[in-house]
Design a protein around this ligand. Structure first.
Ligand SMILES: [Mg+2]
Length: 376
């Protein structure tokens, strides 16, 4: 009987739901260079069940039993058999004319400058390649950040930095100019909100009890040790009373001189859980945040402004986070280079490749210095 069937036809008598009726799965194909790939579910997208914590999208530990890949050299694409990694990198970056740079893990790590980062920034400037820092780091305002970076040998101006906190302040100024907001952030970072109507801790606590609807929004940034129970409870009451919950970012952790450190995303999640409300995400991986940095590039003039031939694929995002930097940049049509100098490492990249994750980097390098040296 079965010899008479058309190839691939369902065997007679086998129901559709039977395992025997399932077609064999196609093997995963490596992504084609230059072809935008649709992304898998955004781990920061709260449409998914926020109570399902079984799958950790940030847990990219490699399978220790898989010995196929060489863990010591993951810069090269294992599917690309050309020998010279530098040549591959030059090819992958050909045509790049502007850059967006993450900060932590790209130019600084644990509060110290990464080797070669200062020279790389100076080289971009000298060659007329426009750039912007695009960072979720929100402990400081941009003036302080520029001063700290320049003091560490990384010459950058405040107007070349876009932080998740500065974008949050701009959002608040547009939406709630005439209404009070409550901001959880470090004192230096709060200066981004100069001129806006902020309520202090005591007032927030009182309004939370008596008139929470008066407050338009609660903005949660990098408050660090300032994430006290009293402040979080005041924020909780205000959001329950109708204030919009705004997440400067939702990063889970970051690297400080003391090691891996809990980040403000954990407190955003706590408030979301307690309030039963989703937050409005401002920083990476939000597409709007990338648009803000691109707008800053256009406003600045220089070689890219007003150039009708410039495509988003001519703009390179350099980052150390495979989700917030790389996958997010790919999603908005930018080219993306992953550097191994920060948060995620070779094993994370290897596992992402073997899992067939979408939004993989166009290029991989050890550092920003290696990226800049490969730009044509
Ligand atoms: Mg980073």
């Amino acid at each position: 009987m079965s010899e008479d069937r058309e190839p691939g036809a369902r065997p007679v008598g086998v129901p559709l739901w039977s395992p025997d009726a399932r077609p064999a799965p196609f093997p995963a194909s490596p992504p084609l260079p230059g072809v935008p790939v649709p992304l898998e579910a955004d781990p920061h997208d709260l449409r998914a069940d926020p109570h399902d914590l079984r799958a950790d999208p940030h847990d990219l530990r490699a399978d220790p039993h898989d010995l196929r890949a060489d863990p010591h050299d993951l810069r090269a694409d294992p599917h690309d058999l050309r020998a010279d990694p530098h040549e591959q990198l030059c090819d992958a970056l050909r045509g790049v004319r502007a850059a967006l740079l993450d900060m932590d893990g790209v130019v600084v790590l644990k509060g110290r400058p990464i080797e070669g980062a200062g020279q790389a920034i100076a080289s971009l400037r000298a060659r007329g390649i426009p750039f912007r820092f695009l960072t979720n780091s929100s402990l400081w305002n941009r003036d302080s950040l520029a001063a700290r970076l320049s003091g560490a040998g990384i010459g950058v101006r405040a107007d070349e930095i876009v932080t998740a906190l500065s974008a949050s302040a701009a959002l608040a100024a547009r939406r709630w100019r005439d209404r009070p907001i409550y901001v959880l952030a470090a004192p230096d970072g709060l200066r981004e909100f100069d001129g806006q109507w902020l309520v202090g801790d005591d007032e927030a606590a009182q309004l939370g009890r008596d008139a929470p609807a008066r407050v338009a929004a609660v903005v949660v940034g990098d408050a660090g040790p300032g994430f006290t129970y009293e402040r979080l409870n005041a924020a909780f009451r205000l959001v329950r009373g109708g204030a919009r919950l705004v997440a400067v970012h939702r990063n889970r952790w970051w690297l400080t001189p003391e090691g891996e450190t809990i980040d403000s995303g954990a407190f955003v999640r706590a408030l979301e859980y307690a309030c039963g409300r989703r937050s409005l995400l401002v920083g990476k991986p939000s597409p709007a945040f990338f648009s803000e940095a691109l707008a800053s590039l256009w406003r600045a003039g220089g070689t890219v402004a007003g150039d009708p031939a410039l495509d988003r694929r001519d703009i390179l995002m350099v980052g150390d986070d495979l989700q917030s930097d790389i996958a997010a940049a790919r999603r908005v049509g930018l080219r993306a280079a992953f550097v191994l100098s920060g948060k995620h490492g070779p094993r994370d990249l290897d596992l992402a490749r073997r899992r067939g994750r979408q939004g993989l980097p166009d290029a991989v390098a050890t550092s920003l210095a290696e990226i800049v040296a490969a730009l044509g």
